[in-house]
Structures are given as C-alpha cells and as structure tokens.
Design a protein around this ligand. Structure first.
Ligand code: B12
Ligand code: SF4
Ligand code: SF4
Length: 374
C-alpha cells in the first residue's frame, strides 16, 4: 500500500471522514484576496488575522521546511433541521458546531495520533498539526486537496457531507503525492447569499465579518452595533443560516462521532434559564463546549439581545434583573432588551441610570429613555 493510502486508511480508522493531500506552496491569488479583505476592514476586531497575514497565505511562510499538507475533514452533520431553533423565540438558537463537545479538542487529539502514525510509517520526517488555531488558510487548502470547494458563503462545501465538515491540517516535510483539487459546483445558486439575516455578504465568495452573526456573537467583545441587533433574532451563539440552505446538504449525513451529537439541553435552551446563569453556572453548563471561551458577560449580552427580540413580555423581568449586573456589557444589553419589551418600565427605572458609572451603559439609557430621545 502506498504511504498516502496508508495515511488515508489510518485517518478514517481514527474517525476522520475525509483525508486528502496537497502541496505546500501558495496559490498566487490567495495573498491578494486576503490582503484586500483585510484592507477593507472585513476582519473587524480580529486583529490576529492581520498580524499573521504574511504567514497565513502560504504553509511555506509558516514553516519553510514543509513539503506537503494533509487535509482532514470531520463530519458534524446535524440530526435535526439546524434552523428549527429559530422558530422558538423564547429559546436561544445555538449553532450546530457548538451544541456538543468543542471540536478543537476532538480534532487536535486525532491529528496528533495521525501525525505520529505518519512518522512511523515513513521511518522519519517532521510534522506540525493545526486546527483553526494557526495562521493557515484551511478552506483554500482543503479545496486544493479536493475535500470540497469554497462556496459562495466562503465555507467549504463537500459533495459527500454538504456544509458540515470541520477542517484540520497536518504540515509535513515528507513528499506526499497531491490529490486533485475540487472545482466549484455553486453554479447559479445563491441560496446562502439570500439567506443571511444581516446582509453580511458583500458579494459571492466575500464576507464582511463585521456584519456576520457568528462574528458578532462570538468574536466581537463590546456592545453589538445597534443597527444589527434586531436581525440577530434569537441566535445566541454563532449562526448556520447560510450553511443550512445549501442544496448540497441533500448529501449530508448525520455525524457518526458520539462526541458530536447535540446535547439535548443545548438544542432549544430557554432564554429565561440562560439569562439566570451566574459565572459558576455558566462555566458548569458549558464545560467542554466552545461557548465557554467567550465568557459569561459576552454570552449573556447575546441572550439579552435575543430577549429583546423575543416579543415575550414575560421575559422583561429577566432583562430588568440584569440592569444591575456587575458587568457593564450585560447592563447595557439589558437596557436595550427592556426597552423592547417594557419601555414604560425602563423609564420608571431611570434612577438606576443616575448611579451608572459606565459611559457605554449611560449611552444605552440615553438612547432608550424619553429624555435621551428628545
Ligand atoms: C476567521 C474565521 C471566521 C470569521 C470570518 C469568516 C470567513 N469567512 O473568513 C467568522 C468569525 C465570521 C467565522 C464564522 C464562521 N466560521 Co470560521 N473560521 C475562521 C478562520 C479562523 C479563518 C478563515 C479565514 O482565513 N478568513 C479570511 C478570509 C479572507 O477568507 P475567506 O472568507 O475564505 O476568503 C476567501 C474568499 O473571500 C475568496 N474569494 C474572494 N473573492 C473570490 C472570488 C472567487 C471567484 C472565489 C472562488 C473566491 C473568492 O478568497 C479568499 C481567500 O481564499 C477559519 C480557520 C482557518 N484557520 O482557516 C475558521 C473556519 C473557516 N470557520 C469555520 C466555521 C464552521 C464557521 C461558522 C460556520 C461557525 C458558525 N456556525 O457560526 C461561521 C460561518 C460564517 C461564514 N459564512 O463564513 C470552519 C469552516 C469549515 C468549512 N467546512 O469550511 C473553519 C475552517 C474552522 C475549522 N477548522 O473547521 N469564521
Ligand atoms: S453565518 Fe449567518 S450571519 Fe454569518 S454569513 Fe452566514 S448567514 Fe450570514
Ligand atoms: S447555497 Fe448555493 S451558492 Fe451557497 S454554497 Fe451552497 S451551492 Fe454554493
């Protein structure tokens, strides 16, 4: 058996769903596109994207000795309609990738096992493993290795798994025979572009992260821009809309990996229960989940945006209670949420604003109460 086929067979035995090979040189257009994206500010506050741009464009820039890249895919296909949670406005919608164990932990361990196998099988060589965390453009590399193509929503689409593949990479100084690339199969379809709730696509294959719900609810640290709050709806962590409407999902399969099966308590968690999480309860509920990474304040900010969008007067009491939260990010979002559900009550609570020390929170009060609107 060739070394490539031996590596592929071992990858599948470890639980990966796809394993293909590509070369380590940079495609010339990649650097230009990344630089244009950064120059337009589309990365928002993700300054690490700009800081690592020169290494990001090519595996060789990251590690000069690299000769080949092994690209891995792990299927996380959902067993239910990923958009169903959007129907229940009193519940929070958590994106599919965060309804179970953090994929970084699952993928990283397996990449290390596969890397060790490669060295043993080749009788030497050097390897480096990456999942999401390193300055590497995983989607274009995966397309060149033939795992799928970058669809108009910019993510990789697979003919075997639709939208639902996590990607990981192993860089090696072993010379491995590259597989053939996949070509674009989007055709005239534009389902994903039309489905985006916040209009984050500036064109096909181009995303302005600053408008993307995934960025706003996960990466963005401060108050969510006011003009985008209503469109976020009840999405409290990430977003799957553009992925879910892709017609290639007819070939999607349910994840076979037990650790990637959705936790029932994260499928339609009530907004009231999420709003009551204190720091310890937040960390306990999201132990092992990627949600833990954003911390309680940013998560409760998201929950409050969803409460404000819920139209459920009964949830006003949750927003009211959080007006005095210790964290200003939470207090500011609570002002906005209460103004949506019970504006008179917010006006009655104005003395709280007099004691408010944080400028961003005072600004929320000013914008939402009668005195500020004058
Ligand atoms: C930064 C980042 C984000 C940012 C920015 C997203 C983005 N599209 O870049 C935010 C926070 C918004 C984000 C969101 C999500 N992410 Co993310 N993210 C990344 C990360 C770390 C880097 C991506 C990157 O390099 N972006 C830079 C820009 C320039 O790249 P790009 O959008 O691909 O840009 C290309 C196109 O614009 C293209 N282009 C421009 N013009 C044209 C014209 C034509 C004709 C063509 C063909 C191409 C083209 O050229 C650019 C370069 O290739 C990767 C992990 C990694 N290291 O690769 C994960 C990654 C892309 N994310 C992932 C996931 C799962 C998500 C979410 C689905 C999570 C969720 N459910 O909320 C969403 C999806 C949002 C979306 N539609 O992209 C997965 C995607 C897996 C897959 N099958 O593709 C990755 C690969 C992580 C992983 N290891 O699995 N993410
Ligand atoms: S993840 Fe959601 S907000 Fe982001 S581009 Fe896709 S549909 Fe738009
Ligand atoms: S929804 Fe349509 S345009 Fe978007 S990635 Fe899928 S096939 Fe391509």
């Amino acid at each position: 058996m060739s070394i490539e086929n031996a590596i592929r067979a071992h990858a599948l035995s470890l639980g990966f769903d796809a394993c293909r090979f590509t070369t380590a040189d940079a495609a010339p257009e990649l650097g230009e596109r990344l630089r244009a994206w950064l120059a337009g500010g589309s990365h928002g506050e993700m300054s690490w994207m700009a800081e690592t741009a020169e290494r990001r464009v090519s595996p060789e820039a990251l590690w000069p000795a690299v000769k080949s890249v092994v690209m891995l895919g792990l299927n996380y296909g959902p067993s239910t309609d990923p958009l169903a949670a959007l129907q229940n406005r009193r519940a929070g919608a958590i994106s599919v990738y965060a309804r179970h164990r953090d994929y970084h932990d699952i993928v990283k361990g397996r990449l290390k096992q596969l890397a060790a196998f490669m060295i043993k099988r080749a009788g030497g060589g050097d390897v480096k493993v990456f999942v999401d965390t390193a300055p590497l453009m995983e989607k274009p590399l995966a397309q060149r290795a033939g795992l799928g193509w970058q669809g108009k929503h910019t993510n990789l689409v697979s003919r075997d798994f639709g939208s639902w593949l996590f990607l990981g990479a192993i860089l090696t100084d072993l010379a491995l025979a590259p597989d053939s690339p996949e070509r674009d199969h989007c055709g005239s379809c534009r389902n994903c572009l039309d489905a985006c709730p916040t209009g984050a696509f500036t064109g096909p294959y181009q995303l302005d992260a600053r408008r993307c719900v995934s960025y706003l609810t996960i990466e963005h640290k401060g108050p969510i821009p006011r003009e985008l709050r209503a469109a976020i709806g009840n999405r409290v962590y990430g977003c799957d809309d553009c992925l879910a409407v892709c017609p290639w999902n007819k070939f999607a399969r349910v994840a076979h990996e037990a650790k990637l099966v959705a936790r029932p308590d994260l499928e339609i968690p009530s907004l009231a229960s999420l709003a009551r999480l204190d720091d310890a309860a937040f960390r306990a509920l999201f132990s092992g989940s990627p949600i833990k990474r954003i911390g309680r304040a940013r998560f409760i900010r998201n929950v409050l945006i969803a409460i404000g969008n819920s139209g459920a007067a009964a949830l006003a009491e949750e927003a009211e209670r959080l007006l005095t939260d210790a964290d200003p990010l939470v207090r500011g979002a609570a002002v906005w949420a209460l103004a949506r559900l019970a504006p008179q009550r917010l006006v009655a609570l104005q003395p709280l604003n007099a004691a408010e020390a944080d400028e961003t929170v005072r600004d929320e009060w000013a914008k939402e109460t009668q005195s500020g609107k004058k």
